[in-house]
Design a binder for this molecule. Sequence first.
Ligand code: GLN
Length: 316
Amino acid sequence: MHTAHGETALATMNFQPLLDEINDEIRPLLGQRGTVASYIPALARVPAAQFGIALRTCQGEEAQAGDAATPFSIQSVSKLFTLTLAMRHMGDTLWERIGREPSGNPFNSLVQLESEHGQPRNPFINAGAIAVADRLLSRGDAKAELLALMESLCGEPVAFDAEVAASEAATGYRNYALANFMKSFGKLDNDVQAVLDMYFHQCALRMSCVQLARAAGFLCRDGAHPRRGEAAITTERHARRINALMLTCGTYDAAGDVAFSIGLPCKSGVGGGIVAVVPDRLTLCVWSPALDATGNSLLGMKALELFVAKTGLSIF
Ligand code: GLN
């Protein structure tokens, strides 16, 4: 796919000055536009004027700038990891309950779910991730399984933020509506409360850009563990499919725009984090809490655009 020339250029690319440069360009824009996710009270209190960027290459080199070591609520970025576990357990039978088409609708929309009889369009909108959480619960202790996966990927302990999970449990009316609606169509096997408890906890994982860039490393390495010598996280086929879903569905109703302006598989969350994958090269995580109208980090997207413009890296 890439020319020998491209490989030489990238192999010699020193990413640290590049991330410093992006950080310098983004910092003056902090706090100017966008709003933090105010519908989750615990997230509404997060100071907007923060920005971090971190990357990890397939060879294990790392670079970071800005607030890259500050932990934040990963929110929907967690859907990458629960999907990975569900695909590992269930293979193609997972798709009997969940579609693979972009929604073209906001991540928490109810409309499509009604016309499609409780079958979520894809695993990254809330309804789809709730259905994935249901599948994982049917297999056992889903929270413990997710924590174990994240700790293995990061090489250090990772925790749920109990305050964020409780805040969403107290106010997540839309997610209750989505889950009850799916339950009424017979699309959830487990108790709605138990499924949402898992979903709210996965969204409440607290991680930094550095940790997320590491954790997503298997997605640029055809499923291989980010650290050499560890068992593969998923198969090459599954890793490709997760990347495909990230490109088409990972940023919700902005997915077309993101493919157009950035051209990388991305997964965003309303905590302001975005993970992007350059297949066979590197994973990147950006974070800035202020969001645009589609629920994606405004300056995170801007930083990804700068990264792609400066490196020429894109899947196209
Ligand atoms: N926990 C959030 C919610 O359910 C996740 C949404 C997101 O990050 N896009 O609304």
